[in-house]
Design a protein around this ligand. Structure first.
Ligand SMILES: [Fe+2]
Length: 346
C-alpha cells in the first residue's frame, strides 16, 4: 500500500466513530487534488497537498480532549506536531512532513498564505465548509472575493454553488501598474500613451467578464456606467466602424445605417478586429484606435456617451478596465491617434 492510502487509513482510524469528520477530510482531500491537477502542479506538490488535506483537521480531536473545545488556533497548535508525526510514521520524507505540519498549523490563518499548497488547502477546506455550514449566498460571494485565488478553485466554487456572475476584481488603483511583468505589450502601450498625453486614469484588474452581469462589479468599483463597444462593418467588408453607446441602450442597426447613409451594418469579424485594432473580441475598446494607424476604422459615438463625465474602457485586454475623463479621451487621445469621431443618435 502506498503512503497516501496508508495515511487515509490512519486518519479514518483517528476519527473512528465520527463519520462527519471522516467524510469531511475525504471531501477536502478530493477537492485539493482536483485543484492541484487543474492548476498543473507537479507530482511532488500534488502529493504534499493530498497529505495536508487528509490530516488538516487532525488537531480537532486533541483540542476537544484537552480543552473541551476546538476553535481554530487550538486546532492549529495541537494539530501541527501530530500531523508531522503521522506523516513520518507513514513513510513521508521529513521535509514533506515538516511542511504539512506547518500547513496544518496555519490552515485557519488567511493573512499570510505563503505558497500554492497553502492556498489550495484553504480553498478546498472552504469548498467543503461552505456546504457543511449551509452558508448563505452572501457569505459564499464574500469568500469568493476574499479567499479564492486559483482559477480552478474559483470555478469549482462558482459552479458548485451556482454563482455565475462573481468575478475577481482587484482594488482600485491610480495610474499604471507598478510592475508590468506578465502584461501584454499592447496593454503596456496603452499606459505609455495615456501617460505621455498626461491623461489621468483609475484602473482595476479583473477576471475575464463572461457576461454583462459580471461587468457590473467592475462598473461599480470604477463608479461608471457600462459603455458598449461594437465593431461593425458594411456587407462588402470595406468600411469598418467602432461604435460607442450606452450599455443599456438597445442597438438597432437600421437606425444607425440610416444616419450614416449606408447599407445595413453588421458585426465585423474577429480577424479584422485583430488586424485593424490589435484587439481580441471581448476587449474591444476605443484604445484600439491607437493601433489603427491606417485609419481603417471610423469612430461613431452616441451623443449620450459624450455627456458623461467619465468613460470606462479596456486597455486592449479584457482583464483590466480603466476610467478616465471623457473630455481627455475625446479631446486629447483621439487627436493624438489621428482619429475623428462622428456623433450619432441612437
Ligand atoms: Fe477542515
Amino acid at each position: 500500500m502506498d503512503k497516501e492510502h496508508k495515511l487515509l487509513e490512519r486518519m479514518t482510524d483517528w476519527y473512528s466513530g465520527d463519520p462527519a469528520r471522516i467524510q469531511h477530510f475525504i471531501k477536502v482531500y478530493t477537492f485539493a487534488k482536483e485543484i492541484a491537477y487543474g492548476e498543473g502542479l507537479d507530482e511532488a506538490q500534488t502529493e504534499l497537498i493530498g497529505a495536508a488535506a487528509l490530516v488538516h483537521d487532525i488537531g480537532i480531536k486533541i483540542a476537544e480532549e484537552k480543552y473541551g473545545r476546538c476553535e481554530g488556533p487550538l486546532q492549529e497548535k495541537e494539530g501541527a506536531p501530530e500531523a508531522e508525526k503521522m506523516l513520518l510514521e507513514t513513510g513521508y520524507p521529513a521535509d514533506v512532513a515538516k511542511r504539512v505540519g506547518y500547513l496544518v498549523g496555519h490552515h485557519h490563518t488567511y493573512t499570510d498564505i505563503d505558497g500554492i499548497d497553502y492556498q489550495i488547502l484553504v480553498e478546498s477546506d472552504f469548498l467543503v465548509n461552505l456546504f457543511e455550514d449551509k452558508s448563505e449566498e452572501k457569505t459564499i460571494r464574500s469568500v469568493l472575493r476574499k479567499i479564492f485565488v486559483t482559477g480552478t478553485g474559483r470555478n469549482l466554487c462558482r459552479t458548485m454553488f451556482g454563482i455565475k456572475d462573481e468575478i475577481w476584481i482587484s482594488p482600485l488603483y491610480r495610474g499604471r501598474p507598478e510592475d508590468v511583468s506578465g502584461r501584454t505589450p499592447r496593454e503596456i502601450a496603452v499606459y505609455d500613451l495615456l501617460d505621455k498625453l498626461n491623461i489621468a486614469y483609475e484602473r482595476v484588474d479583473h477576471e475575464v467578464t463572461p457576461s454583462i452581469e459580471s461587468c457590473h462589479g467592475v462598473d461599480k468599483k470604477l463608479d461608471i456606467h457600462i459603455c458598449k463597444n461594437l465593431f461593425l462593418c458594411n456587407r462588402q467588408k470595406t468600411d469598418f466602424y467602432l461604435l460607442l453607446m450606452p450599455g443599456e441602450k438597445p442597438f438597432r442597426t437600421k437606425d444607425l445605417s440610416k444616419q450614416l447613409g449606408c447599407a445595413r451594418l453588421s458585426f465585423a469579424d474577429a480577424e479584422h478586429m485583430e488586424q485593424y485594432l490589435g484587439i481580441h473580441p471581448g476587449a474591444v475598446s476605443i484604445m484600439g484606435l491607437m493601433n489603427d494607424t491606417g485609419n481603417h476604422v471610423r469612430l461613431l459615438v452616441d451623443r449620450e456617451v459624450l455627456k458623461t463625465e467619465y468613460i470606462g474602457f479596456h486597455p486592449c485586454v479584457n482583464t483590466s478596465s480603466l476610467k478616465a475623463k471623457s473630455s481627455d479621451i475625446f479631446e486629447k487621445f483621439l487627436p493624438a491617434v489621428g482619429h475623428e469621431m462622428t456623433v450619432v443618435e441612437l
